[in-house]
Design a protein around this ligand. Structure first.
Ligand code: SAM
Length: 190
């Protein structure tokens, strides 16, 4: 496998809490939240209140092929309990919202102060309590867009681009970048 950055080398423990998942409407978006989390260096995703086997299965399939067996998908959690657990252990709670402080004004503080982080993303309206419990309410631009893009950009700012070169030691397959074609290698085979 070419030289790359492991999740350990990123040096922080990041988990994502997905609020407001509606199983029939949000399966694709919630799956994408989890895929971004895994691909960009987080260690797991919590899905608040509801269980969704389809989301879990989609992520496990990706993990099986492309690696990251440590990556956890825990659904049906009580979101306030999760937030309180993180706060009790002095981890940072970051809520991504268009109403928050612009990411570039605050990310230095997060990088310096936070070793373990819970990143909260919503679906529709997020209850006021999350704004109050969060240590940081952070905006990725002050326009409405998507939890998937907000998470991706937040993680990119957090790692300062290092996650682009991430690799997974337990991957069965990896990609050799190519300007024209798909080059996929099976680990252990030439
Ligand atoms: N009114 C919502 C808000 O507070 O950001 C927008 C709802 S949006 C469909 C769903 C989620 O995407 C939000 O809960 C938030 O986590 C994320 N999001 C959307 N736009 C964002 C932005 N500009 N900055 C940070 N997060 C954003």
């Amino acid at each position: 496998m070419p030289s790359c950055t492991t999740v350990e080398e990123l040096g922080k423990y990041v988990y994502v809490l997905r609020l407001g998942h509606r199983p029939h409407r949000d399966q694709r978006v919630t799956t994408h939240v989890a895929l971004v989390a895994r691909a960009f260096g987080a260690l797991g995703v919590y899905i608040a209140e509801v269980r969704d086997e389809n989301v879990r299965e989609s992520i496990l399939k990706v993990v099986d092929r492309w690696g990251g067996k440590y990556f956890s998908v825990v659904d049906g959690v009580d979101p306030i309990d999760i937030v309180k657990q993180f706060k009790a252990e002095n981890s940072c709670v970051v809520h991504l919202t268009m109403y928050g402080i612009p990411v570039d004004n605050i990310i230095k503080d997060v990088i310096e102060k936070c070793k373990k982080i819970l990143v909260i993303v919503g679906a529709e309206k997020v209850e006021r309590i999350y704004y109050e419990l969060a240590d940081y309410n952070i905006a990725i631009g002050n326009q409405p867009h998507s939890e998937v893009s907000a998470l991706a950009i937040f993680l990119d700012r957090l790692w300062q681009g290092r996650e682009m070169n991430i690799c997974f030691s337990d991957a069965k397959y990896y990609i050799v970048p190519s300007a024209r074609c798909k080059v996929v290698k099976h680990v252990g085979r030439s």
